[in-house]
Design a binder for this molecule. Structure first.
Ligand code: ZN
Length: 209
């Protein structure tokens, strides 16, 4: 059985990695006026389950969840995390069973509330910055999304996809500050609500074709 020992070095490495990530996300959230979310982002990473798994499988260059998956086929730390943190689209995946007998049932993604869409953008920017280091550009978050899209698209509500893609594109074209300013002043105040209603309608129409 492959297992990995826990060392002081890994505990410290993991602690600084998650604390640095929280710091970057907090800065992004504050730019959008999301103070409570900025302060509480990813706090479950300090919980017993997430912290000790994260420290044991600490890699330095990639997520400990990836290592846990390699060893066991799934990551219990990630399951714990995504079940408690609303800024992950995975939190909003529900199941649907219309006839109560298994027919017509399936995965149904629920719409993400706007303030969690905003926190998701803050999270993705922060994660891309750390992951890419000196190679980070404002387009990095969009490039990451393009790689996960073929699988993720079936797990995200069409309204959330519209918003996510819109802001990732805006990031690559106009940069972080302009995007966070737009999210704070227009998106979170609901000034562009009509746009999202129209875009959702069009997306659903196109999917039916
Ligand atoms: Zn998280």
């Amino acid at each position: 059985m492959t297992s990995e020992s826990i060392t002081l070095q890994k505990i410290i490495g993991h602690f600084f990695t998650i604390t640095k990530h929280r710091h970057l996300v907090r800065r992004n959230c504050f730019k959008m006026g999301l103070y409570y979310q900025g302060l509480t982002h990813d706090l479950s990473k300090y919980s017993f389950t997430e912290f000790w798994k994260g420290a044991r499988y600490f890699q330095g260059t990639r997520s400990p969840n990836a290592r846990e998956r390699e060893l066991f086929g799934y990551s219990s730390a990630w399951l714990h995390h995504k079940g408690r943190n609303r800024h992950h689209f995975e939190y909003w995946i529900d199941l649907y069973d219309e006839k109560q007998d298994g027919t017509g049932s399936g995965i149904v993604p629920a719409k993400m509330p706007d303030r969690y869409v905003a926190e998701m953008i803050a999270d993705r920017v922060a994660a891309s910055m750390v992951y890419k280091g000196d190679d980070y550009t404002s387009a990095s978050s969009y490039e990451y999304y393009e790689r996960e899209k073929p699988v993720a698209v079936h797990l995200i509500h069409p309204d959330t996809i519209n918003k996510l893609e819109f802001f990732l594109k805006m990031l690559s074209e106009q940069g972080e500050n302009a995007t966070f300013k737009y999210i704070k002043e227009i998106f979170l105040t609901g000034k562009d609500r009509l746009r999202w209603e129209k875009e959702l309608e069009e997306r659903v129409k196109n999917e039916r074709k």
